[in-house]
Ligand binder design. Structure first.
Ligand code: UT7
Length: 326
């Protein structure tokens, strides 16, 4: 049976030039490298300059992805940006990037707000539009300048987050409906709004007219994350009829190295197959998965044909997974 799939044809990322190490953090709040490293796995994070916005870092990632796909901005039918740190309240960051890239009139643009699950949500939506035949080529970006909504005086949160942008280009291709196909093989999204208060900003456009700062009930989020990330990964593997042994890489959201380790164990995957980038990025919310994917392809770890499980969980709560063959 022939069907339409979305193949992943281009990858790009960008991390801002400024780096803050754990020792730098210790000069700002009452913390130390030992606490941050052992509790989270984070060693350093990238932080955008004051005049560097989500659209700026996205644009670099977007151009890198176009180059790697060997296509032009004119070929894009859609740009979708997953972010909780939009440049302006409206229009979308995707619209700004579209204007700067010089896409043709008619290229559709929108942002998605699903926090750390944002990239998996955006990928799922783009994949569905491609499979329905509504579009042929989509750029899916996950980008955040979380430093702008971080309370730099709160040691409970400020050591955890970082900035970055990643972009992936999807294009319609033919598949046979088998796990051996290339591209997006399965996706699954979840949400449970009863956890709204457990991970949120202290304000927003309608409530306070300010973006607010990130707050969370870390222990509750941790417990939920381990189960949610595992559930989403298991679901997409089951949909495609593959098991842990068939998987080349697990790429989980990077919020805490201990969460990642627990998820890897629950899925019976050896450490060598579990991608960990949190040491140099910290938690970059929606940017996490596309940045890690682009980095791991660029450094030769992930190769063409590899089967990769993406799984993410974040504020809402939202969570979801995707199984992709590169
Ligand atoms: O991206 C969305 C998903 N997010 C997550 O998945 C995050 C999930 N949660 C976590 O990763 C962890 O819960 C944290 C890393 C946020 C916290 O780790 P924890 O092991 O749960 O620590 P805790 O919150 O129980 O805090 C333990 C102690 C507290 O001191 P007392 O009350 O025991 O004296 C904190 O005040 O550690 C203290 N503490 C710190 N100490 C040094 C909290 N932050 C720091 C810090 N440096 N930066």
């Amino acid at each position: 049976m022939t069907l339409i799939r979305s193949e992943l044809i281009g990858f790009g990322h960008y991390l801002p030039a400024k780096v803050l190490t754990n020792d730098d953090m210790a000069k700002m709040v009452d913390t130390n490298d030992e606490w941050i490293s052992t509790r989270t796995g984070i060693k350093s994070r990238h932080v955008a300059a004051e005049n560097e916005f989500t659209s700026d870092i996205s644009l670099i990632a977007a151009n890198n992805a176009l180059k790697s796909a060997n296509i032009s901005a004119q070929d894009l039918d859609m740009i979708i940006v997953a972010t909780v740190t939009t440049d302006d309240t409206t229009p979308s960051t995707a619209a700004k990037i579209s204007g700067k890239l010089g896409t043709r009139s008619g290229t559709i643009t929108t942002d998605i707000s699903a926090a750390c699950s944002g990239f998996v949500y955006a990928l799922t939506m783009a994949d569905n539009m491609i499979r329905l035949g509504q579009i042929k080529t989509a750029m899916v970006i996950g980008a955040e300048t979380l430093s702008k909504i971080t309370d730099w005086t709160d040691r409970n949160t400020c050591v955890l987050f970082g900035d970055g942008a990643g972009a992936v280009i999807l294009r319609a291709c033919e598949g046979e409906g088998k796990a051996s196909d290339k591209g997006v093989l399965a996706t699954k999204l979840y949400a449970d709004g009863s956890h709204y208060e457990q991970l949120k900003t202290t304000g927003g456009v309608s409530t306070t007219q300010k973006a607010g700062f990130i707050t969370m009930d870390g222990k509750e989020v941790f417990k939920f994350a381990v189960n949610a990330l595992t559930q989403a990964a298991e679901n997409v593997m089951e949909q495609a009829g593959v098991s842990s042994e068939d998987i080349d890489w697990l790429l989980p959201h990077q919020a805490n190295a201990r969460i990642i380790e627990n998820v890897g164990k629950k899925l019976n995957l050896p450490d060598e197959k579990v991608i960990v980038t949190i040491d140099h990025t910290a938690n970059t919310s929606a940017a996490t998965i596309p940045v890690a994917l682009s980095e791991e392809i660029a450094n030769g770890h992930i190769k063409k044909g590899d089967l990769v499980v993406l799984t993410a969980m974040g504020a809402g709560f939202t969570w979801g997974g995707a199984l992709v063959r590169i």
